[in-house]
Design a protein around this ligand. Sequence first.
Ligand code: HSE
Length: 453
Amino acid sequence: MYRDPVESLEPLHHRHAAIRTLRVGMIGIGTVGSGTFRVLARNRAEIAARAGRSIELVMVAARNLERAAGIVGDSVALTADAMQVATHPDVDVVVEVAGGTGPARDWVLAAIAHGKHVVTANKALLAVHGAEIFAAAREKGVIVAYEGAVAVSIPIIKALREGLAANRIEWVAGIINGTTNFILSKMRDEGLDFAAALAQAQALGYAEADPSFDIEGIDAAHKLTLLAANAFGMPLRFADAQVEGITALQGVDVACAEQLGYRIKLLGVARRQAAGVELRVQPVLVPATHLMAQVNGSMNAVMVKSDAAGLTMYYGAGAGSEQTASAVIADLVDVARLDGVHAAQHVPHLGVHAHATNALAVLPRAAVHTSHYLRVPVHAVNQIQAVAASLAEQKVPVRQVALAAERPGTGSQVLVLTGPVEQGTLDLAVHALQARAEVAGAVTTLRVESLEG
Ligand code: HSE
């Protein structure tokens, strides 16, 4: 059976040595929480050496106490009341790994109000309520750390805020949702259908509780919001991101992209332009020979283009129990090192630059400037030139035109790769093309990312 938090925490008072143990209260003991418990226990000595003090899980809040007791045994106090963990005087840092944006917001704000540091892997919470949460943390001089919220096993937040601290970042682009990358890989490599691939991703624990967050691109947009804020010092602008998932993606486009030498990946892109920032998640074509195209299964990868370091790329597991635990515990080590240090000396966990706020508005969709892929159904193969001419007339630079390989059930189709053009110009050109007599069905467009320096 589990121990009662109030009695069980008393012995902790004896541990207040000169450098005392960092006492962790955890809310949630599901996939991420149980992984965090296991890794903290398994690597206790190494973690303590790196943190300069021991890190001890002292209390866990769980919905199902019997199940939780089965995971943590009697080493940790258990409670069904998450608010007790958030406010308990014997907890120094609250790890929130329950997920969701409702009660989790209240717990995190309560922990901050009680002067506790917070570590969370909850990207939805921070993308939606981050402005309020980080402001409260600044006010209280406590840390809110969230490495586990973005591309879990890749220390990308640390890379942006510390490793690349000297740089002006130009763009960040990445595969930042493991579930959709797993689905796209399974569909391409094993011919699995969408539903079967999603079911496998769910069984492996990669998907969100509501998998529409994954397949509609929302989870990737949450993470992109955090990346952009770190890269550019801009506020968290999740509501302004353009978000498109993979549910409308057709198998024929995956095959046609391959024919042209590309692969389709769900990419999050945050790019600084003169007039603002592009902030967008969508399925895009990347050259098949590019490293990003080789990122398969539930793996994630992030590329950063910065002025001094140049192009850098980071690769690792994008989802998973101990993979996320790795990031959560790295944040605990940071907290252990920075706890007690004056807040002005903390490396900021969200570097919003006051002066950048207005300059870094999110650009509207029509102003985004990229190359594009078009698939145009036509009545006859000799209409290929008419398609190219129509686009050129509308000021779309045409780089390549080809006929799609014949496949059962589809008529003739013209494939086009354009040069860089504003989305607004492309939309007008597609509208004009769609009205032409040669065009036999709906024109499909996807963006093309070169991901070059
Ligand atoms: N559902 C998320 C993903 C989990 O598939 O990437 C990790 O954030």
